[in-house]
Design a protein around this ligand. Structure first.
Ligand code: FDA
Length: 309
C-alpha cells in the first residue's frame, strides 16, 4: 500500500515525468498499455478487437485540463475520433470513455457547466452514430460533481454510462440508488489514492465491497459493466449473472488494453460480451502511474522487456 500511495502521489510531478519519459523502460510500458499516439492507432486497435468479437471503449488520454481552450481541444478530439470510428464501420463495436476533468470539470466555478456542455457535445455525436459514452470516475473530490453531470445528461442520453468505485464507502448507497432499468454502470475497484476517511484501504475490504455492489447491480434491471481482471470477481460475476437470470446481452465484462488478453479472448469465445478499455494519445503519464501503482509486477515486466532487447 505504501508503494501504491507513493506512485500515485508522484503521478503529478513534472520533473519526474520528463525523466521517465526519456527512459527505454517507460517506452516498453507505454507500448503495452497505450494503443498509440493518434486516433488512427486507436481505431486500428478497435478494429483488431472487433475482428475477434471484442468491443472497445476508447479513451483520449488527458485529465486535469487547466484551460477552457484545452477542454475544447480534447472535446474536438473526441468528435474527430467518433467520425473515424463511424467511417471505419466500427460504431457498433466501439464507444468512448471521457474523463470529466479532461473536458473542463477542474476549471473552478464554471468547470461543471463547461464539462457538462462538452460531454453533451460528445454524447450528441455518439448518439447520432448509434454508439454510447461512459464517463470515467476520477479522484474522490470529483465524485459528487461527476455523478451530478451524469444524472443531468441522462435525461437527454439515457444510455450514458458512469463508473462506481468499490473502494469508496459511499458506493453501496450509490449502487442501490443508481441501479435503474438499463442504467449502464461500470463497477471497478478504484485506481486513485484512497483517503481512509472515505475509502477502504485494505484489499479484502475493497473486494468484499465490490461483491456487495455487484450483487445489487446483477439483481437489478441495470446493465452492469464488470471492470476487473480479478479471476475471483470474474467468477463471482458469472455466478451472480446466472442466479439473477442475466444473459450475455444483459451485462458485460471489461478489461484494460494490455492486461489479460488471454482472459478477454476466453470470455468472448464463451459467448460473453467483453469490452476492452483502449487509451491513446500522448498524455499518458497519469494513466501509466495508476497501472504501475495497482500492480508492481507491471514494472518487472517493463524491466524484463528492456533487458531482453
Ligand atoms: P487487482 O489489481 O486488485 O488485481 C486482482 C487480480 O487480478 C490479481 O491478483 C491477478 O490475479 C489479476 N490481475 C490483475 N492484473 C493482472 C495482469 N496484468 N496479469 C495477470 N493477472 C492480473 N478506475 C477508476 O478509478 N476509475 C475508472 O473510471 C476506471 N475505469 C476502468 C475501466 C476498466 C475497463 C477497467 C478494467 C478498470 C478501470 N479502472 C478504473 C481501474 C480499476 O479501478 C482498478 O484500478 C484496476 O482494474 C485494477 O483492479 P482489478 O480489479 O483488475 O484487480
Amino acid at each position: 500500500m505504501a508503494w501504491r500511495n507513493t506512485l500515485l502521489a508522484v503521478s503529478g510531478n513534472e520533473r519526474l515525468r520528463s525523466f521517465v519519459s526519456s527512459s527505454r523502460m517507460t517506452r516498453a510500458v507505454i507500448d503495452r498499455f497505450v494503443a498509440g499516439e493518434s486516433a488512427v492507432d486507436a481505431v486500428r486497435v478497435a478494429g483488431d478487437l472487433a475482428e475477434r468479437g471484442i468491443y472497445s471503449s476508447i479513451d483520449l488520454l488527458g485529465e486535469d485540463t487547466a484551460h477552457p481552450a484545452q477542454a475544447d481541444e480534447i472535446t474536438r478530439g473526441y468528435l474527430r475520433l467518433l467520425e473515424r470510428l463511424d467511417d471505419a464501420g466500427l460504431s457498433g463495436w466501439a464507444e468512448v470513455s471521457v474523463k470529466a476533468t479532461a473536458v473542463g470539470l477542474a476549471l473552478g466555478d464554471e468547470g461543471e457547466a463547461l464539462a457538462a456542455d462538452n460531454i453533451g457535445r460528445v454524447c450528441a455525436a455518439a448518439g447520432d452514430m448509434g454508439t454510447t459514452v461512459t464517463i470515467d470516475m476520477e479522484s474522490p473530490d470529483t465524485v459528487d460533481a461527476t455523478l451530478r453531470l451524469v444524472s443531468s445528461l441522462r435525461d437527454r442520453f439515457p444510455w450514458l454510462g458512469c463508473v462506481l468505485q468499490s473502494y469508496l464507502y459511499r458506493t453501496d448507497a450509490d449502487a442501490a440508488a443508481m441501479a435503474g432499468p438499463k442504467a449502464r454502470i461500470r463497477l471497478c475497484k478504484g485506481a486513485y489514492a484512497p483517503d481512509p476517511a472515505t475509502a477502504y484501504t485494505a484489499r479484502r475490504d475493497v473486494d468484499a465491497a465490490y461483491v456487495r455492489s455487484l450483487r445489487v447491480l446483477m439483481a437489478s434491471e441495470a446493465y452492469p459493466m464488470v471492470a476487473t481482471h480479478d479471476p475471483r470477481l470474474i467468477d463471482i460475476a458469472g455466478t451472480l449473472a446466472r442466479r439473477f437470470g442475466k444473459g450475455p446481452g444483459d451485462f458485460e465484462y471489461q478489461m484494460l488494453y494490455g492486461v489479460r488478453a488471454d482472459e478477454q479472448r476466453r470470455l468472448a469465445d464463451d459467448g460473453h460480451r467483453v469490452r476492452v478499455y483502449v487509451p491513446y494519445g500522448d498524455n499518458w503519464y497519469g494513466y501509466l502511474a495508476r497501472r504501475l501503482a495497482e500492480r508492481p509486477a507491471n514494472l518487472v515486466f517493463a524491466a524484463r522487456s528492456v533487458l531482453s532487447r
